[in-house]
Design a protein around this ligand. Structure first.
Ligand code: DGL
Length: 289
């Protein structure tokens, strides 16, 4: 536990998508300092093996813990699906994932108890949404579809691109016949193409599109409130971004998501220690570069 109220909220994703969650946290909690970690070097997580995702996620979370955080948000469905238990064991601050809040939103939204879920291959294979939804309402029928091409296209900045629309048509076609009334964007990158998803699903009937950003931010607020951990207002909005690699489109897309021109971005170097992968500012004492 970190009782320093001025400490940051750590937010972790494999890439840029977790900024959709950071933005929701920022909106609800404007006085909080956010430290964001984007593991661009290992992106996409969604097509990697489970041991690899666990290893990358643990290294990222150890790094964020070294940055004086009081709470950690796993803003990556793939990491939350495959590595949540290990992360909770690894860090000594409260951890919030995106699966539970996303499942809750979907369960509250559906009227006909038929919910679709799209996500990375690993998220869908893990059955994390299916189990989380069943735990809330076992009567809900879940229809899942892995959509692995979406993350690379979003990271590339191909939002609104005609090729994206074609890919979405191919991926979402099956949902139209399965009579779902709600679809979960089970990847934190997907809110960035929400408009395109809505457009492709439109024309048959109204399917509600839900994501976990707002509900995850609400859970974050509740946790800080319950533990009396709000950061005192100091009048400055702060966001620090750490990346394991850089891409030409990151700053531009990140600026658009967060609604600001410049973002404070730094790179971390990776190395190995006896625990496996670790990063330059990691405070482990056994690093072997
Ligand atoms: N944004 C991530 C998620 O929510 C994963 C993208 C990826 O690395 O494949 O699953």
């Amino acid at each position: 536990m970190n009782t320093d109220k001025r400490a940051a909220i750590g937010v972790f994703d494999s890439g840029i998508g977790g900024l959709t969650v950071a933005r929701a946290v920022r909106t609800l909690l404007p006085d909080e300092h956010i430290v964001y970690f984007g593991d661009l070097l290992h992106l996409p997580y969604g097509s990697k093996s489970e041991p690899a995702v666990v290893q990358f996620s643990l290294a990222a979370c150890r790094f964020l813990r070294s940055q004086n955080i009081k709470l950690l948000v796993i803003a990556c469905n793939t990491a939350a699906s495959l590595a949540m238990d290990q992360i909770v064991r690894e860090v000594d601050v409260p951890v919030i994932g995106v699966i539970g809040p996303g499942a809750e939103t979907a369960c509250a939204a559906t009227r006909n108890n038929r919910v679709g879920v799209i996500g990375t291959s690993r998220t869908i294979e893990s059955g994390s949404y299916r189990s989380a939804i069943a735990a809330i309402n076992p009567l809900i029928e879940v229809f899942e579809k892995p959509t692995p091409l979406l993350v690379p296209m979003i990271e590339e900045g191909w939002i609104g691109h005609p090729v994206l629309r074609l890919v979405l048509k191919e991926y979402l076609g099956g949902f139209i016949t399965s009579d779902i009334d709600t679809i979960v964007l089970g990847c934190t990158h997907y809110p960035l193409i929400r408009h395109e998803v809505e457009e492709v699903l439109d024309g048959t009937k109204t399917i509600q599109v839900v994501d976990s950003a707002d509900s995850t931010a609400l859970r974050t607020k509740k946790l800080l409130e319950e533990n009396d951990m709000y950061r005192p207002a100091i009048g400055e909005e702060t966001l620090k971004v750490w990346l394991t690699d850089s891409t030409s489109s990151f700053r531009e897309v990140a600026g658009r998501i967060m609604g600001r021109e410049s973002i404070d971005v730094s790179l971390v170097d990776s190395g190995y220690c006896s625990e496996g992968l670790c990063y330059s500012a990691c405070d482990c004492s056994h690093r072997q570069d």
